[in-house]
Design a protein around this ligand. Structure first.
Ligand code: TPP
Ligand code: MG
Length: 364
């Protein structure tokens, strides 16, 4: 028995390439091979109007440039605290925002700049918040991990893994009780799925048919640990089925697919059919946080994923649908200009007044 346990422990901590020795429960397959394959949506994905695709491309590029600036600023010591970039995750935010109403609610993780920007947060004020300046959405007191803008339905990022999920259930319940017709969407990582509160929320949301969308941004790593080393289940969207919920696994790097999935889920929620679980397969192209040495994955793996970069997907889609190279270049130039102006605004913004240190601070 002791020997068996020792063998098991050795086996479960052994670093092996996913395809060679990924855990499988023998009933369902694992998603580990998704590192190389692409997911096909289990529903029809209508082609969006060219102007919508162009706008999604513009937003994606804008988020990318903002994140690149912020990563550089963090490396230069200009940002206090941890900063997590969403480079590579943008399509999940952009596709979802395009499918929802401006007053729908959203909660997300510490990796949330893409969600706030996709919901229309002013870029200069958003950057100012991360830099800790007075013009930020939370007066510079929230920073990167507490991105918040209720006027855009952005009800908050959260540094506690999984904590934003029951918050969204509360928002959905409020909407249901007040008959507001507003949907709540909550974004979380694959790592959050193993928190108990997630399953408590899945259960009650399904039972009460809350107008809620659970959206897992499955980048296949929880900090530095690949999920195939920790999860007994490979297909995360199947968790939801145990709670009687509709669920789907989709390509989270394709904004048009995300748009279709979130539109269907929002339709169900508004019709009183309850929550939907979406698993968007994605990949973070930068480190877990600024300063991550990334010793846990190979350069070849990252390079392979670059071929399915959400920015590239949208750019190619635009060109395939007849946009000219000049039209795309004009979008690019507009974004560069807008981001430069936003950065200048944020850097010129004053530090918060020291006398304000104890305002907006709660204690129990
Ligand atoms: C309750 C809790 N436990 C642990 C942590 C430390 N932690 C911060 S990020 C993270 C990984 C979460 O991974 P995932 O949910 O996949 O999100 P990702 O960072 O990949 O977007 C962990 C464990 C935390 N912030 N909160
Ligand atoms: Mg993850």
């Amino acid at each position: 028995m002791k020997k068996q346990l020792a063998t098991l422990a050795e086996k479960s901590t052994r670093a092996v390439p996913p395809s060679a020795d990924a855990p499988s429960n023998g009933i369902i397959s694992t998603t580990t091979d998704l590192l190389s394959s692409r997911v096909t949506a289990p529903f029809a994905v209508p082609a969006l109007p060219p102007e919508t695709v162009a706008e999604m491309y513009r937003q994606t590029l804008l988020i990318r440039r903002v994140e690149e600036f912020l990563l550089q600023a963090a490396e230069q010591g200009k940002i206090g605290g941890a900063m997590h970039s969403a480079i590579g995750h943008e399509a999940n935010a952009v596709g979802a925002a395009a499918a929802l109403q401006p007053d729908d609610y959203l909660t997300c993780t510490y990796r949330g700049h893409h969600h706030g920007l996709a919901r229309g947060m002013d870029v200069g004020r958003a950057i100012a918040e991360v830099l800790g300046r007075a013009d930020g959405f939370a007066g510079g007191k929230g920073g990167s991990m507490h991105f918040v803008a209720p006027q855009h339905g952005m009800m908050g990022s959260n540094g506690i893994v999984g904590a934003q999920v029951p918050h969204a259930a509360g928002l959905a319940l409020a909407s249901q009780l007040r008959d507001e017709g507003r949907v709540a969407i909550t974004f979380f990582g694959d790592g959050a799925l193993f928190q108990g509160v997630m399953h408590e929320t899945f259960n009650i949301a399904s039972k009460w048919k809350l107008p809620l969308i659970f959206y897992c941004e499955n980048n296949r790593y929880s900090e530095m640990t690949p999920t195939w080393r920790t999860s007994s289940v490979g297909e995360f969207y199947l968790f939801a089925r145990a709670y009687g919920m509709e669920s789907a696994q989709i390509d989270g790097n394709d904004a048009e697919v995300v748009h279709a999935a979130v539109s269907l889920a929002a339709q169900r929620a508004r019709a009183g059919d309850g929550p939907t679980f979406i698993e968007g397969i994605t990949y973070r192209l930068a480190g877990h946080m600024a300063g991550d040495l990334e010793t846990y994955r190979s350069a070849a793996e990252i390079e392979q994923q670059r071929s399915h970069d959400p920015l590239l997907v949208l750019r190619n889609r635009l060109l395939e649908r007849g946009a000219s190279e000049d039209a795309v270049a004009a979008i690019d130039a507009g974004v560069e200009k807008a981001v430069a102006a936003a950065v200048a605004f944020a850097e010129a913004s004053p530090w918060p007044d020291a006398t304000q240190a104890y305002t907006d601070v709660y204690r129990t």
